[in-house]
Write a protein that binds this ligand. Sequence first.
Ligand SMILES: NC(=O)c1ccc[n+]([C@@H]2O[C@H](COP(=O)([O-])OP(=O)(O)OC[C@H]3O[C@@H](n4cnc5c(N)ncnc54)[C@H](OP(=O)(O)O)[C@@H]3O)[C@@H](O)[C@H]2O)c1
Ligand SMILES: *[C@@H]1O[C@H](CO)[C@@H](O)[C@H](O)[C@H]1NC(C)=O
Length: 290
Amino acid sequence: MARLTKIVILAISVGILAVLWRDTFEPEILSGAHVLLTGASKGIGEQMAYHYAQFGSELVITARNKTLLKQVEEKCLHLGARKVHSISADMSDPKSGNQVVQFALEKLGSLNYLVLNHIGYDPLQMWGGNAEHTSWLMQVNFLSYVQLTAAALPSLIETKGSIIVVSSLCGKIAIPYAASYSASKSALEGFFNSLRHELVIQKREVSVTLCVLGLIDTQTAMEKMRARGLPIVSPHPAAEAALDIIRGGAIRAKEIYSPWWVEGIVRTRDWFTDLKDMFMHRYFRPMDGQ
Ligand SMILES: NC(=O)c1ccc[n+]([C@@H]2O[C@H](COP(=O)([O-])OP(=O)(O)OC[C@H]3O[C@@H](n4cnc5c(N)ncnc54)[C@H](OP(=O)(O)O)[C@@H]3O)[C@@H](O)[C@H]2O)c1
Ligand SMILES: *[C@@H]1O[C@H](CO)[C@@H](O)[C@H](O)[C@H]1NC(C)=O
């Protein structure tokens, strides 16, 4: 084959691949979308609320702190949200999930997006045998996600909507000082990856997007790192992580990573494990007396 023909074929193939792989996110589809967002009083959830507001979505936001929720609500309206309501709820109560979804359905009529993002407070500490705390954290970080999903699924099936689950690199690769947290995040993976298969088998067009985040610069995360005496190396901005999550949900991706290089860490997690463990044990060495 002539050289020129080869070059032309290669160029066309690259062009086709570029079209197939292009970012198909169209913010317009979020205009008027009905969104229930948890953990929206601060951190990444708060930033997601502002993005959805700017895209013209109708929002119900939840967390425990009413004062903070009201502030986020006002800012959302200012930014262009069509509608925004908030409800205070503590997800350590197994009844909260259903109550919050019923409130959202009352206010919005239906749901297009269920965005599961909240987490219970868990400092970076050795697991000292407190099974009670692990159980509490599993309720807040995992079981409440299941309870919210159970209540929202009928509406999501009707609207061919989306479930967005915010998880962490810790759900893929465990680190020390986060046994309960890592457990809750891997539990999310198991549950929601299985649910995604079941929805497909039943021909129900509800997408499930799992979001694998690296270190994000929220106040909670930064304070936890400092309290543990860990060096903070270029954390990813919360507003950017928030947009990555929203985009992933809107394009109905199965899994997204934020920042982007987290994908490389996940895909190579079984390479040189002994060597990586050695570095990890060095990086996470105990502080004096702890
Ligand atoms: N920041 C990171 O480095 C990082 C890394 C990987 C993954 N992630 C994931 O990203 C998500 C958000 O993290 P973030 O750093 O933004 O956290 P954050 O700033 O601490 O925010 C947590 C949110 O959850 C709410 N919340 C806490 N306890 C609750 C409870 N018992 N019931 C209901 N709501 C509760 C908080 O509001 P109230 O206190 O008002 O209830 C707040 O709105 C989490 O799923 C986390 O695992 C974060
Ligand atoms: C809500 O958050 C504000 C600001 O961080 C804080 O001052 C207040 O004590 C919190 N309220 C509750 C009930 O925790």
